[in-house]
Design a protein. Structure first.
Length: 261
């Protein structure tokens, strides 16, 4: 099976002691490509370092909505520089809105989000969107602010069926995490995920978070190898062959991030 973990944080310090083993397990489980999402400047730098060591590791630069309070033009300029100087940078993100924990005030989050979309547009990069409990604001901003040519993925999708179709109508991809495998928390997602057109699907771990159910009892920390559990559950609920679906999703991901297959 050929898998692409379209969103993870293996640049997190929790992988410092054993990253080579983590990458080896990913490879042995068919994970042939990985996208490391950015959340701030330091993690973006670390991601670029990792991409220089391992083949088919790609990176994104961006400021997470939690950190929007520190997102000035200076910071965005530095991320722009990193994107222009490093071939491994294939996307901008994660960026978006998170009103769940409100680590940054709403006006800061919205300003930071718009500024980053403008920069991604300038650089011609696809976007990795993070949305949680934004009560419709995320969609309003997406819809009102920007060209229809904009490409991106709503990662770790956790919204309603209506929201899902709105994002699909705007042309975006939907990222499915291990939440799909969790009994209670994944129930609603399992009901609506079969309705996503096959060519708009992406799978991801969002590691070190959201360990899928099959691994949950044994491992606290998620890792790219476990994206296999996401594809298996997804194929099951879509009543399709996991190998074929994996291949299709691999192609979708390469296409969105503009990397060769
Ligand atoms: Zn996120
Ligand atoms: Zn993430």
């Amino acid at each position: 099976m050929k898998l692409f973990d379209s969103h993870c944080h293996i640049n997190d310090t929790v992988y410092d002691p054993d990253l080579p083993e983590v990458m080896d397990r990913a490879d042995r489980n068919g994970v042939k490509a990985v996208m490391i999402a950015g959340v701030d400047r330091n993690t973006a730098r670390r991601a670029i370092e990792i991409a220089a060591i391992y083949p088919r590791v790609f990176t994104a630069v961006g400021i997470h909505p939690h950190d929007a309070i520190q997102c000035g033009s200076q910071v965005i300029g530095e991320l722009k520089q990193m994107a222009m100087e490093n071939d491994c940078v294939k996307a901008w993100g994660e960026t978006g809105l998170d009103f769940n924990r409100m680590f940054s005030p709403q006006p800061d989050q919205e300003a930071c989000f718009s500024a980053q979309m403008a920069m991604a547009g300038e650089l011609g990069l696809p976007l990795i969107f993070h949305e949680r409990d934004s009560k419709g604001r995320f969609y309003e901003i997406l819809k009102s602010d920007g060209p229809s040519s904009r490409r991106g993925v709503v990662h770790c999708f956790s919204g309603t069926k209506e929201e899902m179709f709105k994002y699909l109508d705007l042309g975006y991809h939907i990222g499915i995490t291990g939440i799909l495998t969790i009994q209670q928390r994944g129930k609603y997602l399992r009901q609506i995920a079969p309705a996503i057109p096959e060519d708009r699907l992406l799978i991801e771990t969002d590691a070190p978070y959201l360990t899928p159910k099959p691994q949950k009892n044994k491992f606290r920390r998620n890792e790219p190898a476990f994206v296999k559990s996401v594809i298996e559950r997804l194929a099951e609920i879509r009543e399709t062959d996991p190998e074929v679906l994996a291949e299709k999703i691999y192609q979708n991901t390469c296409k969105l991030y503009g990397v060769s297959e």
